[in-house]
Design a protein around this ligand. Structure first.
Ligand code: FPP
Length: 236
């Protein structure tokens, strides 16, 4: 892996939206959109790895996505199983580490198990870290963090600080996202990285996720590089 250059955001988050619309436009079942969405996710993981991105958080399934029809939920879970089992050789070859954000206890038991196995298997890899946001909700993550603080006896007026809450989030060692990308044109955050994304730059692409290519990732990074980040301060 090439080392991250200053021109490449260290942590990118992606809301992979538009699979359903892509399928509908082709008179195909929604499942076909998710299947193509998975193929694009694999390409973008490889591109991010080649570019030297350190962390890539993919919004795969939200805490709200359980409201979808049972067959669609079942299909997405089957894709996740296939991805976790089928990509190990690819992770090994590219030294990619798999991580998870979200409530693992709420996932089907076998997915929880293979996810833990994939994380264990790739733990020592020092290349790109791919964080699968799976059964993830930003509000849920903050509530679980507060509960962890309560369980450790750290919930009183003095000990409730930004730093303390950050330490109880799902992946406290991972820096906040620099760039959050959303495909398919909607200008909303949909409960993704609410705490961590406080100072992220947002980039909305009109392209549907199953149409995404390596060039779209490069265009998002170029747009990021044209922004001036002030983190609440003023320009030099
Ligand atoms: C949003 O499109 C997409 C999802 C809820 C599922 C995302 C899942 C994948 C891309 C496949 C799994 C990926 C990995 C890496 C395991 P939508 O269905 O909301 O689209 P719509 O808004 O057009 O209906």
């Amino acid at each position: 892996m090439t080392p991250a250059s200053p021109a490449v955001p260290g942590h990118i988050g992606i809301i992979m939206d538009g699979n359903g619309r892509w399928a509908k436009a082709r008179q195909q079942p929604r499942a076909q959109g998710h299947l193509e969405g998975l193929r694009r996710a694999k390409r973008i993981v490889k591109a991010a790895s080649d570019l030297g991105v350190r962390y890539l958080t993919l919004y795969v399934f939200s805490t709200e996505n359980w409201k979808r029809a049972a067959d669609e939920v079942g299909f997405i879970m089957a894709l996740v199983r296939q991805y976790l089992k089928g990509e190990l050789a690819f992770y090994r070859q590219n030294r990619i580490r798999i991580r998870h954000a979200g409530d693992i206890a709420g996932l089907p038991a076998d997915i929880g198990r293979i996810l833990r196995e994939a994380m264990e298997e790739t733990r020592s890899f020092t290349g790109l870290q791919v964080v699968l946001a799976l059964n993830y909700g930003g509000r849920d993550e903050i509530i679980r963090a507060a509960r962890k603080m309560a369980a450790s006896g750290a919930l009183d007026k003095e000990t409730i600080t930004e730093e303390a809450l950050s330490r109880h989030l799902d992946n406290p060692d991972i820096p906040d996202p620099d760039l959050i990308i959303r495909s398919a044109g909607e200008y909303r955050i949909s409960n993704f990285l609410l705490w961590e994304g406080a100072y992220a730059e947002y980039y909305v692409s009109r392209k549907l996720w199953p149409d995404w290519t390596e060039e779209d990732l490069s265009a998002a990074i170029a747009a990021f590089n044209a922004r001036e980040r002030r983190f609440g301060g003023i320009s030099a």
